[in-house]
Write a protein that binds this ligand. Structure first.
Ligand SMILES: C[S@@+](CC[C@H](N)C(=O)[O-])C[C@H]1O[C@@H](n2cnc3c(N)ncnc32)[C@H](O)[C@@H]1O
Length: 290
């Protein structure tokens, strides 16, 4: 009998964030002072809390299409607000994120990523180089910077980088190198220049656009980006790859095994632990140590 158990990576140390409830295709979450109700296709079980608890959310996201929508703002959340993450294990890992309700359903942080921030901040050493691709508002970049690494943060959208700069300053950090560029293009140039990194973190979306309208499509470019990352990673280094795009962890292992055959791989699902006891999977994750 096969007794393999899939690994669950769970962020257990949040004080400011909470998955209050989930079910019927939605999740109810506390982000600091606000409670938000957002769609969650992975929540395929019934809700635990009564409907009036859900109705009391400060804001609820109403989708109007696949990606966009609007917020029904009961508490009239027009302001930006702050969310704090303090690691119980690592004194230096104290991050602050500025949040806002965006028309893409997101608020500026993926709380499940805290499991990766802990791993990165513990593993990277002062002065080592970390490359963060598709870096969004920079949780992984801030975690590495808090450990005094040299961080290169790549994202296609200037406003997202400006947002990350605010997070860096709120977190009392400085000195991240910002690159507004297509991730694949930047990586190809790094390979040509012979630049190497002790760690690469990547969270490639299903599709995206570079600043010059370069088309990123996960199913077209995944193999290529994996091969390029393998060329810039130093012996003794590590890779963290996350995807919200439905690629199973076993497929990620098979893909990476081709280019980093001697790497120690741990793969599984990145999950949020709900207050109601449900474990909500948010995507696949692989960590490779060389
Ligand atoms: C799913 S988010 C990453 C979330 C991040 N891992 C976190 O925990 O905060 C994807 C990011 O990729 C960026 N992006 C999309 N297409 C890109 C491209 N071609 N080159 C670089 N960044 C891109 C988007 O701007 C967005 O910030």
């Amino acid at each position: 009998m096969n007794t393999d158990k899939s690994t669950r990576f769970i962020a257990t140390s949040w004080k400011d964030y909470e998955l209050i409830d989930s079910g019927d295709g939605s999740k109810l979450e506390k982000f600091g002072k606000y409670v938000l109700n957002r769609p969650e296709p992975g929540a395929v079980w019934p809700k635990s809390l009564s409907y009036d608890k859900w109705d009391n959310a400060d804001a609820s996201f109403e989708p109007t299409g696949k990606k966009h929508g609007y917020w029904l703002n009961k508490a009239d959340i027009k302001e930006k607000w702050h969310l704090q993450y303090n690691s119980p294990q690592l004194d230096h890992l104290k991050l602050v994120f500025q949040l806002e309700t965006t028309r893409f359903k997101h608020v500026g942080v993926f709380p499940e990523q805290a499991a990766n921030w802990e791993y990165i901040a513990e593993k990277i050493q002062p002065g080592e180089k970390l490359l963060n691709l598709f870096a969004y508002t920079g949780g992984a970049s801030l975690a590495a910077k808090s450990a005094k690494a040299d961080v290169v943060h790549v994202d296609a959208i200037r406003q997202v980088i400006d947002w990350t700069r605010v997070n860096m300053e709120l977190s009392g950090l400085e000195g991240i190198r910002w690159v507004v560029e297509d991730a694949l293009k930047f990586l190809k140039r790094e390979v040509k220049r012979g630049n190497k990194y002790n760690a690469v973190v990547l969270d490639p979306p299903t599709w995206g656009l570079g600043p010059k309208n370069e088309k990123w499509k996960l199913d077209h470019h995944l193999e290529e980006i994996v091969e390029l990352v393998a060329k810039v990673i130093l012996p003794g280094g590590f890779v963290v790859m996350n995807t919200y795009s439905g690629i199973p962890p076993t497929s990620l292992e098979t893909l990476w095994r081709r280019v980093l055959p001697t790497g120690q791989m741990t793969s599984g699902e990145l999950c949020l632990q709900g207050k109601d006891g449900h474990l909500l999977s948010t995507g696949s994750l692989i960590r490779i140590e060389l």
